[in-house]
Ligand binder design. Structure first.
Ligand code: GRF
Length: 207
């Protein structure tokens, strides 16, 4: 099987990007991270890409006067790099139906909760909401991106306990460890052509 071309979109730190890029470089998935795009200058993800030798581009949404014009630039960059699968990893822009239609069931996102709980929240807000709600377990979800935010077909979830002593920071750190594993696993399954999407459900086909 040919390696799947992967593109990652990020806005910040980039630890999920790094987990995916390393897994690909170490041959733990049948894919190659061909491009990292960050829309924020100085994003940690750009520095990590440089350190890992992954081609990277900074494309600011501010350079464009519409969402679609920004997204057209993203599509051009991703296609030029030979990207089949787009992975959102802390990408802080909502994608329009135009972008989503360019990569049908070929865009994944990671969210730091057990969706559909705490959908639509960003960053630390997710963990603050989980603690405030008194849930005993939280975790992360990798899902395909659909037009409704944080509501596309779920591929993988991983669970962590929420401890009485937790702060949003300590819970975020525990969830992040699982995020990296979950994202690698979801992309690995995709690259092995083992994900079958049926409505909102994703079936993992045995190898
Ligand atoms: C992660 O918690 C991810 O779930 C959320 O944004 C954060 C990005 O972290 N969507 P990183 O930039 O991958 O380190």
């Amino acid at each position: 099987m040919n390696a799947v071309g992967i593109g990652v979109l990020a806005s910040g730190r980039g630890s999920n990007f790094e987990a995916l890029a390393r897994a690909a470089q170490e041959g733990r998935l049948n894919g190659e991270v061909r491009l990292l795009v960050a829309n924020v200058a100085g994003a940690g993800a750009l520095k990590r890409a440089q350190a890992l030798g992954v081609p990277a581009q900074f494309i600011s949404h501010r350079q464009f006067n519409s969402r679609v014009a920004f997204e057209q630039a993203l599509v051009r960059a991703l296609e030029a790099a030979g990207v089949e699968l787009v992975c959102l990893a802390g990408f802080m822009r909502i994608l329009s139906p135009f972008f989503i239609s360019q990569f049908p069931n070929r865009i994944m996102n990671i969210h730091p909760s057990l969706l559909p709980a705490f959908a639509g929240l960003l960053g630390m807000q997710v963990h603050e909401a989980a603690i405030a709600a008194g849930v005993k377990f939280s975790g992360c979800t990798v899902h395909f991106v659909s037009e409704e935010v944080d509501a596309g077909p779920i591929i993988i979830q991983r669970v962590v306990p929420v401890l009485d002593s937790d702060s949003a920071d300590s819970l975020a750190a525990r969830v992040l460890v699982e995020e990296h594993q979950a994202y690698i696993e979801a992309v690995r399954l995709y690259c092995e052509r083992r994900l079958e999407v049926n409505g909102r459900r994703v079936k993992v086909v045995t190898a």
